[in-house]
Design a protein around this ligand. Structure first.
Ligand code: SF4
Length: 419
């Protein structure tokens, strides 16, 4: 590993819970439904995060636990069974139903795996019912995707076919571009997990080579490995360098000649570097502090420091999987400070002491920091924006240069003085 300093911190946290990932998962698999078993707070969170119009037929909902459920006065399992059956009668197009646990369902110990098991027996394959936890007690927001994918793995058929499996949700347009690059390299059998339909799960076996598109899929990667797949070690496809090394790692694993890889990637790299220039001009030399939330913090810091010239003050990450993150940490500049976990008060003190130009953080911390005159970028935007791949590097950089530009426009005098 590089000379990065790895520290741990624990204390009060300020992060979104795993329910948030339903927002991008329900778009990815339109034949699936996500039923949160939770409180009105959970319902508000998911509705406001997804911004659903009231006349739309959403593909997620909340089975609200009332006070009598929480007080143990009703059999919540029976209630839930009733809600699920009503839902399936009204929405026959649902092919996969995810029961998503929350803080309240965990506190009163509703056994969602038992509910799912019983419903699968009753429904006899008409709908597949799965469960995972999105509870804020144990997950941060991207871990919801990890839980949902892990729940799907037992349904994946076995296969001995040699294939490349891209794992982690990508925007469809980005996925198409990446698959087309792999096809041009000569890797024809490329599939994605999660697929675009929950019923079209890719098969898996010893000849499956997994290339992770997202860094927060620890449990999913472990389960895929248990199924015999090989995890290709690579940095993540953020920025020109990360995306190039990511594609090269897959090409190496399939024995593709370096000259073929270079001939396809070099024109993309030159174009992407040119598009990055105006953003590098804005970002270079600026101080960046990343607070923990999405688990994308380390790849983002690597991109923003190595390709955009930003000075990294601290990289916070809710969890650090040293194996999956090794290739990323090796690329970080020496003496980077990585802090796993969070004590939000102490971390905010360090933010204020270091006077960064930009802080990447959750929405709950962004407004107070902005009020103190510190520019911020919501980390949640990274999972809703198409940022993966060589072509997307300038769009990724723009997400960080835009708040600096806005800050300059809003604070012209301060900018002139500080410049
Ligand atoms: S799961 Fe927990 S943290 Fe998430 S919205 Fe519900 S109560 Fe809040």
């Amino acid at each position: 590993m590089s000379g990065a300093t790895l520290l741990k911190e624990s204390g009060p946290k300020e992060v979104f819970c795993g329910l948030t990932s339903i927002v991008w998962l329900h778009r990815r698999m339109p034949d699936a439904f996500f039923l949160v078993v939770g409180s009105r707070t959970c319902a508000h969170l998911i509705q406001s995060a997804a911004g659903v119009m009231i006349f739309a037929e959403p593909r997620f909902g909340t089975a609200i636990l009332e006070e009598r459920d929480l007080a143990g006065l009703a059999d919540a399992h029976d209630e839930l069974n009733r809600v699920v059956k009503n839902l399936l009668a009204r929405r026959p197009e649902i092919k996969t139903l995810f029961l998503v646990g929350s803080c309240p369902s965990e506190v009163i110990k509703i056994d969602l795996s038992r509910v799912a098991e019983n419903l699968n027996i009753e429904l006899k394959g008409q709908v597949t019912v799965l469960n995972y936890s999105g509870s804020g007690i144990e997950t941060t927001f991207t871990q919801g995707e990890d839980g949902a994918l892990k729940a799907l793995i037992p349904l994946m058929p076995k296969s001995d076919q040699k294939k490349l499996l891209l794992v982690g949700t990508l925007a469809n347009a980005v996925e198409d571009r990446l698959v087309s690059i792999f096809n041009r390299l000569g890797i024809d059998n490329v599939e994605s997990f999660p697929p675009r339909q929950s019923t079209e799960l890719p098969s898996i076996g010893p000849e499956t080579k997994v290339l992770l598109t997202q860094p927060y899929l620890t449990d999913t990667a472990r389960e895929l490995k248990n199924k015999g797949a090989e995890i290709i070690e690579a940095p993540f496809p953020l920025g020109v360098t990360g995306s190039t090394l990511w594609i090269q790692a897959a090409a190496n694993s399939f024995g593709i000649d370096k000259s073929i890889v270079d001939s396809i990637l070099n024109p993309l790299i030159s174009r992407a570097k040119k598009a990055l220039e105006p953003h590098v001009e804005k970002l270079s030399g600026k101080k960046l502090f990343l607070l923990p939330e999405s688990q994308l913090e380390i790849p983002l810091a690597r991109f923003l420091s190595n390709e955009c010239g930003m000075e990294i003050v601290e990289i916070g990450t809710p969890y650090l999987n040293r194996d999956l993150m090794k290739a990323e940490i090796d690329l970080l500049p020496p003496n980077c400070r990585i802090v796993e976990g969070q004590h939000v008060e102490k971390q905010l003190d360090r933010v204020r002491d270091s006077s960064p130009d930009l802080v990447v953080c959750g929405m709950g911390l962004a407004n107070p920091l902005e009020a103190e005159g510190i520019s911020t970028k919501w980390s949640i935007e990274m999972v809703f924006s198409p940022i993966h791949g060589i072509d997307q590097a300038s769009d990724l950089a723009e997400l960080f240069s835009r708040p600096l530009r806005r800050h300059e426009i809003l604070n012209p005098t301060k900018t002139l003085t500080s410049n």
